[in-house]
Design a protein around this ligand. Structure first.
Ligand code: F6R
Length: 244
């Protein structure tokens, strides 16, 4: 894994944007795999700036998101709302984005539909955040040895994730959806390039385990040790448990 250590969140966002922008400029067939949550917000802000300055053109770059809560898409904290607020409404992507429908009447059928979507979008540069419990997407720690082979599925959020994400719901854990549709580990590993972003001391243990721990479903991010093209961009606080 290639590790880029930067002093703070601003530098992390800039470094990530440099890589994403250069890939978009160099590779006309690129698919951008997107994450939500607080970590990539600065990256999206920078991509919007580069678009406004005429550097980037999103019209030929489809996007595919990792996950969506089981939630009404109109909810301000749905991930589709997040993506519109931070990126989709600000660039010329038009409707060339893909994200699971968290309000589908048949959620399992929606997972199947999304598997088809992901399969048809090759050359993916996948942005990842990491949960403080080591999750990637909403692939939560598990004891299931088969979980590394999963495709998109309906998942239940770990209690620790509900606690972590309550900050988006006025601090109210009862308001956080308990289920989500998430791209599976197999599909994350199938991407061509991965940029893993981590900021803050509360991510330092997960980052240490992801890089140096045993490869195990109890730390889903540890599976990234098996991927041939991962760049971790980490700020000083999130890197604080790394041995260098
Ligand atoms: C969101 C996602 C999650 C987040 C993770 C970190 O699409 O896939 O894995 O990346 O929960 O969230 P933040 O960035 O809010 O700490």
């Amino acid at each position: 894994m290639n590790v880029i250590k930067v002093p703070n969140y601003y530098a992390l966002s800039e470094a990530a944007a440099c890589i994403v922008a250069s890939q978009m400029l160099e590779n006309p067939k690129l698919t951008l795999g997107l994450a939500t949550g607080s970590t990539p917000a600065g990256l999206y802000k920078e991509l919007v700036r580069l678009y406004n300055n005429g550097v980037l053109d999103f019209s030929n770059t489809p996007t595919v998101n990792l996950d969506e809560y089981v939630i009404n898409p109109e909810h301000p904290q749905s991930y589709i709302s997040f993506m519109k607020d931070h990126l989709f409404s600000h660039v010329n992507l038009e409707s060339n984005y893909h994200i699971p429908n968290g309000a589908a009447t048949d959620l399992n059928a929606e997972c199947e539909r999304y598997n088809g979507v992901v399969k048809n979008l090759p050359n993916r540069l996948q942005i990842l955040g990491i949960g403080s419990n080591g999750h990637i997407g909403f692939n939560e720690p598990s004891t299931d040895p088969d979980s590394f082979g999963y495709y998109t599925s309906l998942v239940h959020l770990a209690d620790s994730t509900i606690k972590d994400n309550a900050r988006f719901f006025d601090g109210n854990e009862d308001e956080v959806p308990t289920a989500a549709i998430s791209m599976g580990i197999k599909q994350i590993l199938d991407s061509d390039q991965i940029i893993l972003l981590a900021t803050g001391e509360h991510k330092s243990k997960a980052i240490y385990d992801a890089l140096y721990g045993k490869i195990t479903p109890t730390c889903p991010a540890s599976v990234l040790q098996l991927h041939k093209n991962v760049t971790l961009i980490v700020d000083t606080a999130a890197a604080s448990k790394l041995p260098y």
